[in-house]
Structure formats: structure tokens, C-alpha cells
Design a protein around this ligand. Sequence first.
Ligand code: AMP
Length: 218
Amino acid sequence: MRIILFGPPGVGKGTQAKILSIELKVAHIATGDILREAVAHKAELGIKAKSFMDKGELVPDDVVIGIIQDRLKEKDAVSGFILDGFPRTLPQAEALEKVFEKERIKVDKVVSMEVDEEVLINRLTSRRVCRNCGSIFNLMTDKLADMKCPKCSGELYQRDDDKRETIERRFDVYLKQTRPVKDFYAKKNLLVDVDGIGEIGTVTERLKTVLKGAPGKG
Ligand code: AMP
């Protein structure tokens, strides 16, 4: 099964993509995670990407398209994948179409997670990530004693791009550059909206329900 998980920053794409990739036994491909890892390792890619990420801007298309082209060739992605955070611009969506055509594969569904902007801003500013295991928590909903990770006791931190002024910039970027990608897939009859408000498990169930009808299932 090949899915694109779409939606504004902070909607919970990463959390849901992780859960669904395990349940559906497909690769979870998140350009944000790949870029953050490159930044942490001070890899050439990370050095190129960091200034854009810190400002809440998009990393140039050629950089992320290159990442995706390479990643889709890896063994675990051959039987299926969930794309999380890609494509984020029309040129990225068009480049992805070309990759799919070349590989003779088709995306089964593009699921757009929908949440009110105010809810998202609160969610993002209270998001914390474990430096050790990468788990994501929220100050509003998770009990976080001593700011340590409840799973591995690692240090919890706030991503630079989750700070308020950066979030406002990310939203602006989302509306101007990413939102048009939704129409691109709507015209192809691949798009389905899912309400992203609610408990993690509730949203997962909603996503699974819409994916059950997807052609690549089974
Ligand atoms: P995310 O974790 O998906 O919110 O991504 C974090 C940051 O990585 C974004 O704010 C962008 O700076 C960069 N990024 C991730 N995916 C893309 C993409 N498809 N195109 C451009 N920049 C991206």
C-alpha cells in the first residue's frame, strides 16, 4: 500500500504515520526526520538544510526530491510506504509523479489530516521530543515528570522549529506553498479528508477506515 499523509505542521502526521507503518507493514518515510538526522550528524545535506529549517522555511525542492528518489529505491519501500511531509510543493508533487511513472507504481490514497489552526499552534508550542529515542510527547496531554522521556528517561527538548515565531512562519509557508498540493491530488481523485482532532487512537481508527477502501489494500 502506498499512502501520502498530508496536512499542516503539527497535525500529528508523524505520530500517525509511525503507527500506521507498523500496522500496515510499510516503510515510514518522513523527509523532516531524514533532514533532522542529517543535521544531527552534520552531514553535507544537514548543513545545507539547517538554515531553512531553523527559519521555518522549506528546504529547496531539488534537495528533498533527491532524498525521496534515493529513499524510495531502498528495499523496505518496495512493498509500500507512507510518505510523511512530502510532497510539500507542486514541483515536488510533479517530481514524485515522474518517479512513480518510471517505477510503474501508483499511490493508493492521499489522506489529508484536518485540524483548526489555533489547536495546531497550541499543540506545536507544547510538543517535546526525546533526544534519545525520538518519541514525541505533549506538555498538555502527557504527564512528563522532570522533563524526562517516560519511555527511556532520555532528555526531552523542543525542536527549534516548534518555537512560536517559527511556527507562524511555517503556517504561512504551508498556506502559500503546500496547500495547493491538496488540489493537485483532489483533481486526481486520490484525496480524502480525515478529522485530525481527538485521541491518537481515535484518529488512527479514522485513518484505517478510509484506507480500508484504498485499492492497494490486501
Ligand atoms: P517536518 O518534521 O515534516 O515538520 O519538517 C521539518 C522541516 O524540514 C520543515 O519545516 C522544512 O524546513 C523541512 N522539510 C521537511 N520536509 C520537507 C519537504 N518535503 N520540502 C521542503 N522542506 C521540507
